[in-house]
Design a protein around this ligand. Structure first.
Ligand code: SF4
Length: 225
């Protein structure tokens, strides 16, 4: 499909997803470093679990300085409900230590003054921080008009036909940010995640109740992935 057609399709998908889910960025913003910790906790687990792990972590370590100074075992215990607590606690310690070394303090507020490309470059230079995590942090903490690509966004946008079926997550982000206007990128991310979580499951997608089935290439081709 030509790029212009994909742009029109993206707008139509957005309209239907807004009607079906209406997901929007929360008004309340965390500081950038806490958003990064939250994003690390959100990897490979459910929303309920990572929010619980984050709430416990903040209760145990109200300031980022306390968190950075804490023994890794205490962090691991605090975030246990989020899963992969050993790996995530080690990652948090390593990230905070790198930020302190590079910046001389524990703040990432300076990324708000950087262009998106520079901010992404800086954040992805941190250990274990990939393009998706960097974009999630910029979107939630600073309201940047980006479209992070997680597993749900990648799967749904391939099935719908917004991107090629062989696109990597990085390529998918590039294409989606080209075809989705800046103003609607954050809500498109949130609504595609919701579509993937609630309807377009990896196995047995619920085509019959899907709000975008009439625009979906897989549905049109009669595939049942
Ligand atoms: S029609 Fe089916 S494959 Fe297409 S987005 Fe909806 S659930 Fe996914």
């Amino acid at each position: 499909m030509k790029r212009m057609d994909r742009k029109r399709k993206a707008r139509e998908i957005d309209k239907r997803l807004v009607k079906a889910f209406g997901m929007r960025l929360p008004q309340e913003r965390r500081d950038v470093i806490h958003e990064l910790v939250h994003a690390v906790l959100s990897q490979n687990t459910s929303r309920r679990n990572y929010n619980l792990a984050y709430a416990r972590l903040i209760e145990e370590f109200p300031t980022v300085e306390q968190l950075a100074a804490a023994p890794v075992g205490r962090i691991e215990r605090a975030i246990k409900p989020g899963g992969l607590s050993r790996q995530k606690s080690a990652a948090i310690k390593e990230i905070l230590s790198r930020i302190a070394d590079e910046r001389g303090d524990l703040s990432l507020e300076f990324v708000r003054d950087l262009k998106v490309t520079e901010a992404r470059e800086w954040l992805t230079s941190l250990p274990g921080v990939g393009p998706k995590t960097a974009s999630v942090v910029l979107m939630f903490a600073d309201g940047r008009k980006v479209l992070p690509v997680d597993t749900h966004v990648l799967r749904t946008s391939k099935r719908i036909g917004l991107i090629d079926s062989r696109a990597t997550a990085e390529k998918a982000q590039e294409i989606l940010e080209e075809i989705v206007p800046p103003a609607i990128r954050p809500r498109m991310h949130l609504n595609l995640v919701e579509l993937g979580r609630e309807v377009c499951h990896a196995r047995n997608p619920a085509h019959e109740i899907c709000p975008v089935n009439m625009l979906c290439d897989y549905f049109a081709l009669g595939k049942n992935l």
